[in-house]
Design a protein around this ligand. Structure first.
Ligand code: NAD
Length: 503
């Protein structure tokens, strides 16, 4: 949506109303503590109901991005100088509001992203819990006192915030991923410029509106919405950023890292996955099928942690594939807000086409579809795609090398545990790996030897705890871990002070 003559019309700060919405109903960006209308706006579609858009959201200009960074820079000495109690109270208030409004925000999330209402509400709750967790972390930013080499000299190690942090997020977790980046950034005393994915501005805006009322100094938190190629690029390109924390595709992540490291900006990347779920002969078939269905198909398979490769030993493979195919064929695809829906729509037309292309490419490579997904119609116009399960595939096929990011999974047969482990590790990615087995020996060996940042035993590959480190190996991640106390490694630097006591 392009608009003209909107913006700077004097309705509140910089053309947007005090409630952050201008007189055309366009939601504004948040810069230096004020809502700023845009010259252009993007329409936010509901993938379950394309005829009822979620709303219109202003596109930030490069000048808006520069102003947001300047504001964050100005706010940094103020916010980093506040005591942890004040920071904790602000984060706690944000977390409490997210939790209190989880039903409403979860519904908004399900509308714009397409995951089921239960998943949307669960994610909104998770975002609230993350803010509350990091509220307490503000108090736990302890240092160390080391004995020095020299008599009478002590070495004190303290953690300091790094400065202005750029937060760039993908569309598939529109509240949880921003929360797990913004909450620790603020808790440790950094200031933030947040660039959400252009497909999900509504959740980002709702979060910003809550943060804007939490008593932070003006400019400590800024929201700049719009496309990655313009708004995201302007952010990453700015040498005033101390750090960029990015979650998204491997291709864009590489570009972000090249630009940011070019001017010595600290970078943290969380990228794609091609996650294996190994099923051994001794597994409980019911548990294995449940892990596969949840890991591969829930959230429409649009998860970096999705189990897209099901590596199954030969003794159990026919039984497992048959039972899984039955389950997959029965999954109900529909409107995200419909209580009967198990799989919501695909996010947009481009992703739907990409999913269909992957299915066609896999069939052309000789993969056999035990369940073949197809585009289906529902009572409202949306991007509805039923799930696909390929069986008897080979790990060398392209469908098993690259991330699909849709409701598509493959079964790859293996002779034994050793071959299954080798296949699991034969991928450029290394986010998460799962195993379903009743053998303690194999589970222990897998935990030690799976080349992944996270390992699941008798559990789906998706679904992590926020106090544990999140991230991967190989092409899945770059830089330090997210979440838990591990987030401190990115959002702070260690300063060692050498102190000689007076005589
Ligand atoms: P994407 O890479 O297209 O976009 C991610 C973000 O980067 C968006 O905000 C986008 O606007 C921005 N962007 C795009 N071009 C940019 C540029 N040149 N400079 C700066 N920013 C730019 O990813 P997506 O389609 O939104 O999300 C799906 C991807 O995210 C999948 O690959 C998925 O695996 C990955 N993902 C990873 C994790 C993880 O933690 N490992 C979690 C969720 C999603």
């Amino acid at each position: 949506m392009t608009r003209s003559g909107v913006g700077h019309d004097g309705a509140g700060h910089d053309g947007a109303g005090h409630d952050g919405v201008d007189r055309d109903g366009v939601h504004a960006n948040l810069i230096a503590g004020a809502w700023r209308a845009g010259v252009e706006a993007l329409r936010d579609d509901d993938p379950s109901d394309l005829d009822t858009p979620v709303g219109d959201y202003a596109v930030a200009t490069p000048e808006d991005v520069r102003d947001a960074i300047a504001a964050a820079q100005e706010a940094f000495p103020v916010w980093s100088g506040t005591n942890p109690k004040r920071r904790a109270e602000a984060l706690d208030a944000i977390g409490a509001e997210l939790l209190a409004r989880a039903d409403e925000l979860g519904r908004l999330l399900s509308r714009e992203e397409g995951k089921t209402l239960a998943e949307g509400v669960g994610e909104a709750r998770r975002a609230g819990e993350l803010f509350r967790y990091y509220a307490a972390e503000a108090f736990r930013n302890a240092g160390e006192l080391l004995p020095g080499f020299r008599d009478g000299v002590e070495v004190e190690v303290r953690r300091h915030p790094i400065g202005v942090v750029g937060v760039i997020t993908p569309w598939n977790f529109p509240l949880a991923i921003p929360a797990w980046k913004i909450a620790p950034a603020l808790a440790y005393g950094n200031t933030v410029v947040f660039k959400p994915a252009e497909l999900v501005p509504a959740c980002a805006w709702a979060l910003a509106e809550i943060v804007a009322r939490a008593g932070l100094p003006d400019g400590a938190f800024n929201l700049v919405m719009g496309p990655g190629e313009t708004v995201g690029a302007a952010l990453v390109d700015d040498t005033r950023l101390a750090g960029v924390t990015f979650t998204g595709s491997a291709a864009v992540g590489r570009r972000v890292a090249a630009v940011a490291t070019g001017h010595m900006t600290r970078v943290q990347l969380e990228l794609g996955g091609k996650n294996p779920l190994v099923v051994l002969d001794d597994a409980d078939v019911g548990v294995a099928v449940e892990c596969a269905v949840q890991g591969a198909y829930f959230s429409t398979g649009q998860r970096c942690t999705a189990s897209s490769r099901l590596i199954v030993t030969r003794g159990i493979e026919p039984r497992f594939s048959r039972a899984l195919a039955e389950r997959v064929a029965a999954l109900r695809v529909g409107h995200a807000l419909d209580p009967d829906t198990q799989i919501g729509p695909v996010i947009d037309e481009a992703q739907l086409q990409s999913d269909l292309d992957w299915v066609a490419a896999a069939r052309a490579e000789g993969a056999h579809a035990a369940v073949l997904g197809e585009v289906v119609e529902r009572r409202t116009r949306g991007h509805y795609l039923t799930p696909t399960l390929f069986v008897d595939t080979d790990n060398a096929m392209r469908i098993n090398r690259e991330e699909v990011f849709g409701p598509v999974a493959t079964v790859i047969p293996a002779h034994d545990y050793d071959e299954a482990l080798a296949l699991a590790n034969d991928t450029p990615y290394g986010l998460v790996a799962g195993i379903v087995t009743t053998s303690l020996r194999h589970a222990a060996h897998f935990r030690a030897h799976a080349q992944a940042g996270m390992v699941m035993v008798n559990l789906p590959t998706a679904g992590m705890d926020y106090h544990a480190p999140f991230g991967g190996t190989k092409a899945s991640s770059y830089g330090t871990r997210e979440q838990g106390t591990y987030a401190k490694e990115f959002f702070t630097y260690a300063k060692a002070s050498y102190v000689r006591a007076g005589d």
